[in-house]
Each structure stands twice: as structure tokens, then as C-alpha cells.
Design a protein around this ligand. Structure first.
Ligand SMILES: *Cc1c(COP(=O)(O)O)cnc(C)c1O
Length: 465
């Protein structure tokens, strides 16, 4: 109990529920992310959450909600995981934070050792060798972009100033990350502020031409990338992509052959490859890291979201020795001076270490194979649903793409799911399951039932409109 528990009922008007009182207090003072605030609370429900437990969230009104999106893809082991909570509490009593310039601490060192030990490897390529910390995914992307750019300058090459990114890609919301993103909804307004990236076509297998296999589609996209790199020879410092699944772009998936081609093209053109595994890292696609499925290792690897099991904000950028060595010099200006106040926060590093221990003790990757199979079984009926254009899956991500409509299909689907106790958060016309790895079979059955109801709702409102 804290003092707020006592405040709330006093604010409630006669007949008001506790949840309503919190809702009103929220709207008085909070500005929510990724939300047209005008839609709260009448068009878009606002759900005050009291606590979390495994794959469940419990509202202030006592209702339970299945967190089908792992709270923005972060909460991989479930909510309020006791082992992670314990690690944070222990660390908080020991060392809550310390400046990471000039000082160091055990959790930052141990986590870096662990991450480098499990990072993707490629035969014949020097492994990722150094870890740079930031405190959120977008900041991690900024770090990787700045490192790649700065390395070439330090090497005396002033011409390599451009980034290559993929159509339909997403790398975060800060200006540097938005510049290499291609989701119009987030990008368009800020376009005048953004540096101009070069965009290569997405290898998205959903965009395959009639009769084309996902692998052929991947090769077609790689051929286009090859032409782009030829046309801009000597101008590009790095290429950034989301390996295997473009998540924010609608859970669009591609064949690993694309990543193999990209790796070879980057090498041939002297371009650093930045793998943004912020969403797909830590077991989400079936392997610990998505790059493993293509047998490639990047020059820079961005990690965040699932890194701490969703308990603390943290990002890590893993870099090769070659990148690191390019900054060693007598001059401070040649150093990588980028920093954030909370760089390598000990609580966050302790949470990440606890999360990695769970991967081992619970054999999470193996368990996920069974859970992913169960997800496929529960989603099987959607393949025959006339209203569904595509059902696709990569490990613990399953997406159901609805037939497009003039209006927003996602909103009625979202509302219907909430009404039935499931937190689904569609991306446009794409409903997706990206659940905590601990989700049970009963919960998956409920998820499938409610997804059907959500689709019903999406199409009903269409008829009314
Ligand atoms: C979420 C995401 C980011 C940005 O991370 P934030 O912590 O939200 O800033 C970057 N890249 C990818 C692929 C993401 O999914």
C-alpha cells in the first residue's frame, strides 16, 4: 500500500469505480505515448493497471487482461518475474547507479561478458568484441549510426556520410532513428528535420510477386540493394535493418537468404552492417538472435526491449574490435564522446543478467519451440477465414493480416479484445500475437477465441460505417 491507494477513493464521485477515479486523475496530468489524446477515454479505452503476473495484467477494477503484446514487446518472461525483481532489489540495496565514465561496476562488466559470449557468430569473421550501453532502443540506434559514421571520418574518409535503410523499416522515434525509418505515420511530419537516408526495397515475403517464392523475393530485393550500393559507391557508411521481421512495419517477415546477401554486399562495398535486433533479439524469432538463422554476424548489434526481460530500460550496442580500434587515438575528438546519464545503470544490468539466467535455467529457447507450435495450432482456423489475407509466423511472433479497409480496422478490434480481457494492439490491419514466453495453453486458447471476436468487431463496424 502506498499513499496513492488512499487518495484514489476520495477522488471518486459517488458511484464511481476506483478505476474511473484513476482514469480521471491520469487524464488530468498525463500525456501518453503514441496516442491521439483526444480519443481518451471515449473512443480509446484507458486501462489503469494495478499489477502484473506472468502473462496477465490486473486492472484497478480487478479485471484480468492477457498481455498479448508483451507490453510493447519487452516483457519476455512475464510480468513481475520474481527472479528479476529479486535481482533488482538486491542491486538497489548495493549500488543503484554510478557514472560509467571513469567508473565501472560488476553488473555492467558481467553483462557485457555474457552478451559477447552469446552474440551471433560467423565462421571466418572476427566476433563482436565490445559493448556500449544506452538506456533505450532509439538511443542504441543513434549510438550505432554515429559510431559507423565517425569510424570512417577517423579513418580519413569524409565521403561516407550516408546510411542505407530498408523500406518499411523501423528503428525508433528520435530524429536520427526516424531518419532511417520508413513508417510514414511516424516520420512524415518530421521529414524536414531528417537527414536523407537511401532506402532499399524491403525483402518482405508478403510483397512477393505472383509465383515468386519467399527466397526468390529476398534475392530480388538483394539485387536492388546491390544496384543502390553500386550507384552510391564510396558514399555509404552503414546499412541498418531489422533481421527477419520488420516488426513495427506490420510484422512483415523475410527469408534469411536476404541477410546472407546483405552481409556479402556490405563487405564488398566497405559498409558496416548494423543489425537492429531490438525487437527480435532474445529468443523472439525462435533463436536467441535472428541473425543466427542466416548464419551471419553484424558489425554492430543493437539490443534493448527484451534485454532486461521488460523490467528496466536498457540498451546495448555490440561492436567489433575493428570498430572499437578506429576510435583509439591521442585526440579526444576521435573518441566516441556519446553518453547518457543512465548509461549502464546497475539496476538495469542486474535485471538483464537475471533475464539471461532464466534463459538457461528454464531452457527458454527449447520451451519456445513447443509454445510456437501451440501458437500455430491455435491460429490454424484463421488460414481459412475469408477476412484474413495472410497468417504468418516466425517463432514467438504470429501475425494475422486482415483484408484492407477504408477506415481503421485496428481500433474496433482493439476495443473488442479489451472488452474480452485481452490486450491486443494491432498495427494498422495487422493483428499479432507477441506474448510473454511463459504463456500457457489455456491463455493461447483464449487469445485465439478473442482474436476471432476482434476480427468480427473489425468487420462489423466496417459495415456500419
Ligand atoms: C522499439 C524499437 C526501437 C526503438 O526502441 P525504443 O526503446 O522504443 O526507443 C528500435 N528498433 C526496433 C526494431 C524496435 O522495434
Amino acid at each position: 500500500m502506498n499513499r496513492f491507494d488512499h487518495d484514489a477513493p476520495m477522488l471518486a464521485e459517488p458511484g464511481d469505480s476506483l478505476a474511473d477515479a484513476w482514469r480521471r486523475r491520469d487524464l488530468d496530468v498525463l500525456w501518453h505515448p503514441c496516442t491521439q489524446m483526444r480519443e481518451h477515454p471515449h473512443v480509446l479505452p484507458l486501462i489503469p493497471i494495478a499489477r502484473g503476473e506472468r502473462e496477465w495484467l490486473v486492472g484497478m477494477d480487478g479485471r484480468r487482461y492477457l498481455d498479448a503484446v508483451s507490453s510493447w514487446w519487452t516483457c519476455i518472461h512475464g510480468h513481475a518475474e520474481p527472479r528479476i525483481a529479486e535481482a533488482i532489489a538486491t542491486q538497489a540495496r548495493t549500488l543503484e547507479h554510478v557514472i560509467l565514465a571513469g567508473c565501472s561496476h560488476a553488473p555492467a562488466i558481467e553483462l557485457a561478458e555474457r552478451l559477447l559470449a552469446i552474440a551471433p557468430r560467423e565462421a571466418g569473421r572476427a566476433p563482436l568484441a565490445k559493448v556500449f550501453y544506452a538506456d533505450n532502443g532509439s538511443a542504441g540506434v543513434e549510438v550505432a549510426l554515429k559510431m559507423a559514421f565517425h569510424w570512417h571520418r577517423n579513418a580519413g574518409d569524409m565521403r561516407r556520410t550516408r546510411f542505407v535503410a530498408l523500406g518499411n523499416g523501423y528503428h525508433g522515434e528520435t530524429l536520427g532513428a526516424l531518419a532511417v525509418g520508413d513508417i510514414p505515420l511516424y516520420r512524415r511530419v518530421y521529414a524536414p528535420l531528417l537527414t536523407e537516408a537511401l532506402f532499399a526495397p524491403s525483402p518482405d515475403r508478403f510483397l512477393a510477386m505472383p509465383g515468386e517464392s519467399p527466397e526468390q523475393c529476398a534475392h530480388r530485393a538483394a539485387d536492388a540493394l546491390a544496384a543502390l550500393l553500386d550507384a552510391h559507391e564510396g558514399e555509404v557508411c552503414a546499412l541498418i535493418l531489422e533481421p527477419l521481421v520488420q516488426c513495427a512495419g506490420g510484422m512483415r517477415m523475410h527469408h534469411p537468404a536476404y541477410l546472407k546477401r546483405v552481409r556479402a554486399l556490405c563487405d564488398a562495398h566497405g559498409v558496416f552492417l548494423i543489425a537492429d535486433e531490438i525487437a527480435v533479439g532474445f529468443g523472439r524469432t525462435g533463436t536467441m538472435f535472428a541473425c543466427e538463422q542466416a548464419g551471419i554476424a553484424p558489425d554492430l548489434l543493437c539490443l534493448s526491449k527484451g534485454l532486461t526481460g521488460g523490467a528496466m530500460p536498457l540498451a546495448a550496442v555490440l561492436a567489433t574490435q575493428i570498430l572499437y580500434d578506429g576510435f583509439l587515438d591521442d585526440s579526444r575528438e576521435r573518441a566516441f564522446l556519446h553518453s547518457h546519464s543512465y548509461t549502464g545503470n546497475p539496476l538495469a544490468c542486474a535485471a538483464a543478467l537475471a533475464s539471461l539466467r532464466i534463459f538457461e535455467s528454464d531452457d527458454v529457447i527449447a520451451r519456445n519451440r513447443a509454445t510456437a507450435g501451440a501458437m500455430a495450432r491455435h491460429a490454424a482456423p484463421f488460414h481459412d477465414d475469408q477476412r484474413v489475407r495472410d497468417v504468418r509466423q516466425m517463432g514467438m511472433i504470429l501475425a494475422i493480416e486482415l483484408a484492407p479497409a477504408a477506415g481503421r480496422r485496428g481500433l474496433p478490434a482493439y476495443r473488442a479484445a479489451i472488452a474480452h480481457g485481452v490486450l491486443l494492439r494491432p498495427l494498422g490491419d495487422v493483428l499479432y500475437w507477441l506474448p510473454p514466453y511463459c504463456i500457457g495453453d489455456d491463455a493461447l486458447a483464449q487469445l485465439a477465441d478473442v482474436t476471432r471476436l476482434a476480427i468480427d468487431a473489425a468487420f462489423q463496424e466496417d459495415v456500419c460505417a
